[in-house]
Design a protein around this ligand. Structure first.
Ligand code: GLA
Length: 641
């Protein structure tokens, strides 16, 4: 590209990502500037991030990466700037984020990069605020995210081998990367954007089933125009097995062991050392405790790492929320899994709702020593409000809601969610599926452990028991004549880490027995609870007033009245048991009395002045109101071990 100094316009000094229009002999050429380069950058001469000496260099100048992870898909778009500004004010110079394939390609060949998923806008914002970016595009991301970010439609293929060079997988990756990388190639550092490095896959060393796979993934990036530094990252389980030639290996940990550093020194002498995921806290699973990692301990380790001249990325700097049905699960030995809770607070320096914590202040203190300029002032906090309780005024039973779902599907045998003929043949990804069949006797109902993950069992719409990983059989009450047996199966979140990814099909994954006879002839209703369903439900005339006894499971409606401009709040469902909440059509995520989490984060940008529509899907019981509070309750705590 030719360069001319004929005419340059600086839009504003503070504006960090500016386009300069330079006229060269009548031709208009676009130059992009970033915070670090107030002078025009000659794109073809810029040297990006290099790892050729013990210290990273950027444009040949030493750079220590002080990174922080914030996932755009766990934060409402309206708050991206707030969270990034707070991260910047802590002294972080680099944003790291994963890319969730399952959200960007909900159906094969159907892509979404809009609104809360507008990754280009997120990266531009980072650039505007003067943050560099390390992008972690997967395709697998782990991250306590449904199936580690892989789309569930991949599992329609019964031979699927995720994270391998199996053609069915690589073809799908290629098609996703064609779309994704087109968007991020122009945002690379040497093209004037903020991205200084790309991570190849994620902790493949702990999976490492296919020797060619990392090469394939690396090539998939290179062949589409990725030219910045490549890195890989591995935890202790996979150290030494997840690298690929041409990419710098980095490590992930929480407590510093000398062998981590020794390992890097041995495999990559005289090259920069980086902790790609320094775990600031930890995640929680339902029925467990809330993990905390003491602030002083955390910053103590960070200080050690920095003293060793290493670069670091705080995972998570701000965790955010697993809105919707997108939480992952933890594998507890085939096929037992524990679902991850809705909050991804992670005990991170910036809390789920964007509050400063002790960790934040200690970290800021520490990071400030690595800056020559004073750090920016702390941005002010978002306001919080404990709204008046919202009273439930209408209900609609699950059975009455079925008319608003897609047409039910008849099948002789049970069909797992992914293979249902729905969503343009992409199956059902998330939510609940109701399997109904006719029975003529009571007796022993046995799931043969084919329920993924939890089924509420009904006879003629009456609840009779639960089948899950722990309970595989129970006695069905006797009764006269033909009765309808219903199994409402919840996908509680596909496992995101471990060797069982290929086994994450949901719903009923095999036969169910009654008195040792295989049940047949099912009617299958899919309850994905996507926004169009929730809207249809809301505007239907079938709701009943609370003067009529509600039946369970059911949907419950309330109005949350907001005077003035909306404020962040936490919802408390005391007196309810388990379900999901939708506010103005947005799925806030699951709640469950077993905890540890007892409140759901409601971000102000999802509310509006006046009446806000709240719909709760509850499995068992209601106390008729929803309460609000100003602070989260994440339950009983336990120190991370
Ligand atoms: C690993 C993964 C991350 C995340 C953390 C735990 O390091 O790479 O995606 O799952 O564990 O929070």
């Amino acid at each position: 590209m030719e360069r001319s100094s004929v005419f340059c316009v600086h839009m504003s000094l503070k504006q960090r990502y500016i386009f300069l229009l330079c006229l060269v002999g009548g031709t208009i050429i676009t130059y992009e500037l970033t915070r670090s380069f107030p002078e025009t950058r000659r794109m073809d001469r810029v040297e990006g991030l290099r790892a050729l000496s013990p210290q990273f260099t950027l444009e040949k100048k030493p750079l220590r990466i002080l990174g922080g992870s914030i996932h755009y898909f766990r934060v409402p778009r309206a708050y991206w700037e707030d969270r990034l500004l707070k991260m910047k004010a802590c002294g972080v110079n680099t944003l790291t984020t994963y890319v969730p394939w399952n959200l960007h390609e909900p159906e094969r060949g159907v892509f979404n990069f809009e609104g809360d998923l507008d990754i280009e806008a997120y990266l531009h914002l980072a650039a505007n605020l003067g943050l560099w970016v390390i992008l972690r595009p997967g395709p697998y991301i782990c991250a306590e995210w449904e199936l580690g970010g892989l789309p569930s439609w991949l599992l329609r293929d019964e031979k699927m081998k995720l994270r391998t060079t199996y053609l069915g997988f690589t073809d799908a990756v290629n098609s996703f990367f064609d779309r994704l990388l087109k968007k991020v190639v122009p945002l690379q550092y040497t093209m004037g954007g903020p991205i200084i490095a790309f991570q190849v896959e994620n902790e493949y060393g702990a999976y490492a089933t296919d020797e060619q796979y990392m090469l394939f993934t690396k090539e998939a990036l290179l062949s589409r125009g990725i030219t910045e530094l490549l890195v890989t990252s591995d935890g202790r389980d996979g150290q030494g097995r997840g690298g690929v030639k041409g990419a710098l290996e980095t490590i992930n940990f929480q407590k510093l062991h000398p062998e981590h550093v020794k390992f890097l020194d041995e495999i990559q002498p005289e090259r920069p050392k980086m902790v790609m995921e320094y775990w600031s806290g930890w995640f929680d699973t339902w029925e467990g405790l809330h993990h905390v990692f003491p602030a002083e301990q955390m910053t103590g380790v960070v200080e050690e790492i920095l003293k060793m001249d290493m670069s670091i990325n705080i995972y998570m700097f701000h965790g955010g929320t697993n809105f919707g049905f997108l939480n992952g699960g933890v594998d507890f030995g085939r096929p037992v899994a524990k679902p991850i809770i809705t909050s991804y607070d992670y005990d991170a320096p910036l809390s789920e709702a964007g509050d400063y914590t002790t960790k934040y202040h200690l970290l800021r203190n520490l990071f400030s020593r690595y800056h020559t300029e004073p750090l920016p002032e702390l941005p002010s906090l978002q306001e919080r409000k404990a709204y008046q309780p919202a009273v439930i005024h209408k209900h609609l039973s699950l059975w009455d809601s079925l008319q608003f779902t897609d047409k039910p599907f008849k099948s002789e045998k049970p069909v797992n969610m992914e293979n249902l003929p729905l969503n343009n043949n992409n199956g059902q990804s998330y939510g609940y599926t109701l399997y109904e069949t006719t029975i003529t006797a009571g007796g022993v109902l046995n799931s043969q452990n084919n329920v993924r993950d939890r089924a509420l069992v009904f006879v003629d719409k009456q609840f009779v028991g639960v089948l899950d990983f722990k309970t595989h059989e129970f006695a069905l009450p006797d009764g006269e004549g033909k009765r309808t047996l219903g199994l409402l199966v919840e996908n509680s979140g596909r496992v995101n880490y471990g060797k069982v990814l290929d086994e994450q099909r949901k719903g009923l994954v095999g036969d169910i027995l009654l008195n040792k006879h295989t049940l047949r002839d099912f009617i299958i209703h899919s309850l994905e609870m996507k926004p169009d369903f929730v809207n249809r439900l809301e505007s239907s005339g079938h709701w009943m007033s609370m003067r009529h006894q509600p039946s369970f499971p059911g949907f419950f409606q309330a109005k949350l009245h907001v005077d003035g401009s909306p404020k962040d709040t936490f919802m408390k469902l005391d007196g309810w048991t388990k379900g999901v909440v939708f506010i103005n059509g947005k799925n806030l995520g699951r709640y469950w009395t077993v905890g540890p989490q007892q409140t759901l984060y409601v971000p102000a940008p999802w509310l509006h002045r006046g009446d806000n529509q709240v719909i709760v899907f509850e499995e068992q019981k209601t106390d008729g109101k929803i309460q609000f509070t100003t602070s989260p309750d994440y339950g009983m705590t336990v120190d991370v071990q």
